[in-house]
Ligand binder design. Sequence first.
Ligand code: PFF
Length: 433
Amino acid sequence: MKKREQFTSRLTVVLAMAGSAIGLGNIWRFPYLAGQNGGAAFILVYIAACALLAIPVFLAECIIGRRGGNSTFGAMRNLAPGSNYRWAGLITVITPMLLLGFYSVVGGWSVDYLLKACTLRFTEDSTGLFEDLLSSTWEPIFMHTTFMIGTAIVILLGVKKGIERFTKVTMPLLFVLILVIVVFGLSLPGAGEGVAYLVKPDFSKITPSVITSAMGQAFFSMSLGVGTILTYASYVSKEENLMVSAGGTAIFDLLFALLAGFAVMPAVFAAGIQPGQGPGLLFDTLPYIFSKMTPWVGAVISILFFLSVLMAALTSSISLLEVGVAYLVEEKGASRTKATIGLAAIVWVVGVVCSLSGGVFNLLDHLTSDWLMPFGGLLFALFVGWKMSKADVRDEFTNGGTRNLRLFNMVYFLIRYIAPVGIVGIFLTTLLG
Ligand code: PFF
């Protein structure tokens, strides 16, 4: 078999994984879910879900991917020949396609707002722009198409050239810009209420559905349960410390989500926007913030901001498409070009349906993150915790007994017991509740 490409340096691994993890999930989805689910209380549950469920699953995916040296189907087959677990590989084809369908629609919205930032001046009334966009049939479809084509082109360029080049420049830029927006947002009159909303938990707001959303968001945000991290980990060299890659990605990811929350929520309160209004929250709020800046500053920052959001979205969407492409190329012998174009076409159709129907959009948004991704994560955790031998898991996690020795027992316990019981428990509560 052809030797697989490997990422060239440790920083690149963390950057590529973080590139997949950090995206619209952090910037668009986290603030709107926090707004719908009680603010600070949601954030606390979210952090717990990251620590107890998502990070263990992240590590489980890294262990399977690197040890199995292949994408999901192949890796599981290599590690447990003949076992039924290999069917978990199927979710890595189906879930990403559904997810990318609606993701690309939101990616399209960002393209649209980038164009608006280049051609319009945002004013206080710009909060109505989003409704106008949604009420048009063709504009969102056209933008979604543009986004999908961009994603496919990057995949066609290949792992190294395609992915590495993108992640290095735009992530730091996005970070700085969000920070600028946070600082500016905090200075708006009325912003204090938004801050209080994010830091003063009202524990009575924690309900089963809040917990389910927090779990779903943790999986969505860290790109788990679909085989993306697993596939990336198969490109990671044996010398890397998986704990550092996972921990680094998780910390960056959380930081971006929290910052996005603090960029959006104070302005939501300052502008009198409803925090619980749903998926349009980011796109209604940002123009308001930019409109309050000195005009040329607002223009420059808004253009750079939407550009870097778009790049963050692209590094996530390419990682989603890559999972399916890797499967078709490695398992079915398809050519990279055909696999990419074929899958992109399927996703495009899913996206068009989502674009035309808000109901389908919401359904896919919640179906993938609240159910399919945690379910995939559950299978990966069970595979590492119960199917692989403990000695193999230890060997992979500790790089042959040289690293992370003291952490191993705790991590193994989380993967074997806590994550599976937690995920199943939340599923049952939702189903029975
Ligand atoms: N984690 C990405 C985000 O937060 O935008 C979304 C995502 C990318 C989910 C890749 C799953 C995935 F495989």
